[in-house]
Every structure is written in C-alpha cells, then in structure tokens.
Design a protein around this ligand. Structure first.
Ligand SMILES: Nc1ncnc2c1ncn2[C@@H]1O[C@H](COP(=O)(O)OP(=O)(O)OP(=O)(O)O)[C@@H](O)[C@H]1O
Ligand SMILES: [Mg+2]
Length: 472
C-alpha cells in the first residue's frame, strides 16, 4: 500500500491555510501547515514531505528564498508557488530557481489539485527506487530472469552512470518508463530532478514552449515569459517519453540541445546553456519514420548511440511466471488479497498469449482475474476473461513451436541437456490429457485412440500426475 502523500503548506493567512488544507485533505493528502517562511523552511528540511506549496509573500523567509534554499538542499522536492495575480515575472523567476509550477491567485481549485497530483507523482518517481530482479523489496521492480532481461539489467548498470543520453525502445507496455527511472536512480544525477515530459500527450502547439520556454509576445497568447522544462531541469535529467511523436521543428531544436547543450526560448535570441541528461523513449519504428521523412536522421543517430531495446513479452515467455508472481503480489496488496495464487495451468496458458500490450496488458488481466476469482486463479478464469474481452485464448497446443523455443532457451541458459526429453514429456502429457477429456474419462476409448493398452494408459496417467493410483 502506498503511504498517504504528505504536503507542506506554507501560508501565513490562517483562513486561507485552513480552507486549502480542508480541500487537500478531502483528496486524501496529509497536510502540515507552517505559518511563516522560517517555520516552513525548517519543516521542509525534515525531508518528510512529497510536495511543498508556498505562498509568495510571507513573514520570515519569502517564497523565493524558500525556493532557492530548498532547491539547493532538496533538489528533488517539488515546490508549488502560489502567487497573487499580476506578479508573473516573479513566478517566472521562481521556476528558473527550481519551482515545479506556479499558481496564480485567485486559485483555480481544479488546477491546484491537478498540479498537486502531478507534483506528487513526479516526486514519487524520483524517490521510489526501481529494483532490478525478483526478490527486490521495492514495489517498482523490473523482474524477469530471461537472458534478454538479464542483459537489460547489465546494460542499465553499464550505462546509467555514464554521462551519455540514452534511447529506450520497445513496444508499448514493455517497461520503458521503469528503465528510464532505473537509469536516473543509478546515475550521478540521482540527487537532481527528474522531469518527465510525454511528448504525445501535449498538443503540438504547446510542446515547444513546454520544452524550451518562450518569451513574452512570442506568439498570440504568450502574455509573459515562460521557462521551459529543459531550463528548469538544470543539473537534472529530462525524460522525453514518446520522442517519436515530436514534430520536425521540435526535433531540430532538440538536436541543438543535444549537440550544443544550449537553447533559445521560443521568440528569443538569448543562448541559454543547459546542463541536463536526456533519456528518451519510443515504441515507434524510427527507421521507418526516417524513410518517410517524419523523423530526422541526424537526431536519430545522435540519440541512438546508447540504446536499450526491451524485447516484447511474447519473446520471453519464461518471464511470465516471475511477472505473475510479482504483479500478483503487487495487485494483491492493492486489493487486500494476502496470498494471491495462480494454478500452474493458468500460468502455462498466460505464457501462451501473444500480449500485444506486453507487461501492462498482463498486469491489467491479472488484476481483473484477482477481482473475479475467489481463491486460486485457474485456466478457466483466464479463458473467461479473454472471452469477455472478445479476445481469443491461444491454447498451448496451438503453439508447439513456441514451446520448443522456450524449452531450448531454457536449456541454453542453464546448460542443461534435457530439451528433447522435456518437449516429448510436455507434448505427451498434453496429448493424454486431451484424449481423456474428449473421451469423457473413458479409458478404453482413449487408449484405443492413442494406440496403447488400457493398462499402459492407466500407468502413464499415474506417472504424469493426471490420475492417482485409485483411479481418480
Ligand atoms: N520487467 C518488468 N517487471 C515488472 N513490471 C514491469 C516490467 N515491465 C513493465 N512492468 C510494469 O508494466 C507497466 C508498464 O510499464 P511501463 O509504463 O514502463 O511501459 P512503457 O514501455 O513505458 O509503455 P508505453 O510505451 O505504453 O508508455 C507498469 O505498471 C510497469 O510497472
Ligand atoms: Mg511509457
């Protein structure tokens, strides 16, 4: 269970403080109040808060002093500045000094809640460690022991602490964001900010100014200067998610940041140096986009020098049992199910699915299964959930060569020499099981189809654990 996010509100007007606290508490936040700048700074230094919201004009230390001081001592702590209308220049200064966002009075409560939620999420992303490999106590852990995933852990270890930008590729739901966080947390910039920008979620017209900032009057509606995310993330890391969705103009500007480590705000001439590391991610086929002139080749070469490519889940079915255990526990905790269990048949069936949405899709299905099944989740629960979602269930016998691949991969990785025996055993077991199902338990009939005696069938069923010696 995630602990309740804790906010620090620095506000000298007791009435305003109380009503803001009420609003935020109703959203499930724990809120501490400090009534002046000095007390606020002292409270924030304790390091127990997820986000600080501070008024601008305060007795003791002022809003800007708080931001400067906290940004130096706690660069990862998001600070929201609340300031009176008309003082946007100050607000801009504040962002330059590291404030996460500023809000103008009179406060738009919906905006306040949205920005607060974003700041809390941003803080959690920075401070919650991403573990590598199962057995790690951390909630956000990359699991999977396939050769491919073990190589990914090694690559993260190798590249994280290097002063290089990294491109993370992989289909949707393969864990690109988790890898970005792990890279950040294992880097020398781990104590600095991590600012994530989802390039696909921000309208094209706003994205440039979001990233690079703009000068007053740069375009209609640019009533004041804005400091962009790159500038704001000074000495930190910017995670450009969905980089394949950038327009060609923005790509050109990004290339300049990568090559020269400097930028100009939209509508400005000043060259502003930036000290940031860029981690980028995409699920798109960038080479195909280059051929169609939708992605700049020079940017591609610059950003792809260090690439981590996450394999789709269907290429590593041996990771499914680890993921089921790990995600099952995670969702079990969320849903209040202490020991979520999945039968071996259910896991086998899950290993057979193509998972176009990869680990995220597997996770969503597991959560759904845990809600529906009382007790252990079986293969029939999986089939029913697929039918409900109008998706066919890929049954094990339809993918014999996937099984062969899996068994061979296992043999290769473990240096074992039983691939032939294992495949025969699995195939034989499936054949016997289906024969018994189709013969509705009639051994004479099943034995005839299989071309063996009734006695041999009985023996084999016991050996395979499909029947016990009493015939049940
Ligand atoms: N190897 C893994 N081990 C444990 N959890 C994983 C793993 N890979 C992905 N997940 C989980 O799957 C979900 C999707 O992961 P993530 O958001 O990192 O994917 P993504 O590649 O960024 O997807 P998208 O392209 O759709 O943004 C998350 O809940 C993440 O915790
Ligand atoms: Mg993502």
């Amino acid at each position: 269970m995630q602990p309740v996010p804790r906010l620090l509100l620095i506000e000298d007007d007791p009435g305003a403080a109380a009503s803001l606290k009420r609003l935020l508490a109703a959203e499930g936040y724990a809120v501490d109040i400090a009534a002046d700048g000095t007390a606020g700074l002292a409270a924030a230094q304790e390091g127990v808060h997820d986000v600080v919201l501070t008024d601008w004009r305060l007795p003791g230390a002022s809003g800007i002093e708080i931001i400067q001081s906290l940004h130096r001592s706690h660069p990862r702590l998001p600070i929201l500045l609340i300031t009176a209308h008309g003082s946007t220049e100050t607000a801009i200064e504040a962002t330059k000094h590291g404030a996460f966002e500023y809000l103008l009075k009179p406060l738009d409560m919906e905006e306040l809640l949205a920005v607060t939620a974003r700041a809390v999420a941003s803080h959690r992303i920075m401070v919650e460690p991403v573990g590598l490999g199962e057995g790690n106590p951390s909630q956000d852990t990359l699991v999977g022991h396939s050769r491919a995933m073990r190589d990914i852990y090694k690559e993260i270890g190798r590249v994280a602490a290097q002063p290089v930008d990294v491109l993370i590729r992989g289909e949707t739901g393969t864990g690109k964001e988790l890898v970005a966080r792990a890279l950040y947390q294992h880097s020398h910039r781990a104590t600095g900010p991590f600012i994530a920008v989802n390039c696909a979620a921000i309208p094209e017209s706003l994205l440039e100014s979001e990233l690079f900032g703009h000068e007053r009057g740069a375009f209609t509606g640019a009533v004041s200067r804005r400091v962009g995310r790159f500038e704001q993330a000074s000495s930190g890391t910017v995670f450009l998610d969905e980089i394949g969705d950038l327009s060609l103009t923005t790509q050109a500007k990004l290339l300049r940041v990568l090559q020269e480590r400097s930028l100009s705000r939209v509508g400005g001439n000043e060259v502003i140096p930036v000290d940031i590391r860029i981690l980028a991610a995409t699920h798109r086929d960038l080479e195909g986009m280059i051929a169609e002139r939708l992605f700049r080749e020079d940017l591609f070469y610059r950003i792809s020098q260090f690439t981590i490519a996450l394999p789709p889940l269907r290429q590593r079915p041996e990771d499914v049992p680890d993921l089921v255990r790990h995600l099952g526990r995670r969702f079990g905790r969320e849903l209040g199910i202490p020991n979520p269990a999945f039968t071996p048949k259910a896991i086998q069936l899950l290993q057979n699915q193509p998972w176009p949405g990869n680990v995220r899709q597997l996770g969503n299905l597991l959560r759904q299964l845990l809600v529906v099944a009382r007790g252990p989740v079986g293969a029939d629960h999986v089939r029913a959930a697929h039918a409900k979602g109008d998706r066919p269930t890929v049954e094990p016998e339809t993918t014999l060569d996937a099984l062969a691949r899996q068994i061979l991969a296992h043999a290769r990785e473990n240096g074992s020499d039983d691939a032939h025996a294992r495949l025969i055993a699995v195939a034989e077991r499936a054949l016997f099981q289906v024969a018994m199902e189709q013969a509705a338990g009639n051994k004479t009939l099943a034995a005839r189809w299989l071309g063996i005696t009734c006695f041999t069938l009985r023996e084999r069923l016991i050996e395979m654990g499909l029947k016990d010696s009493t015939g049940n």
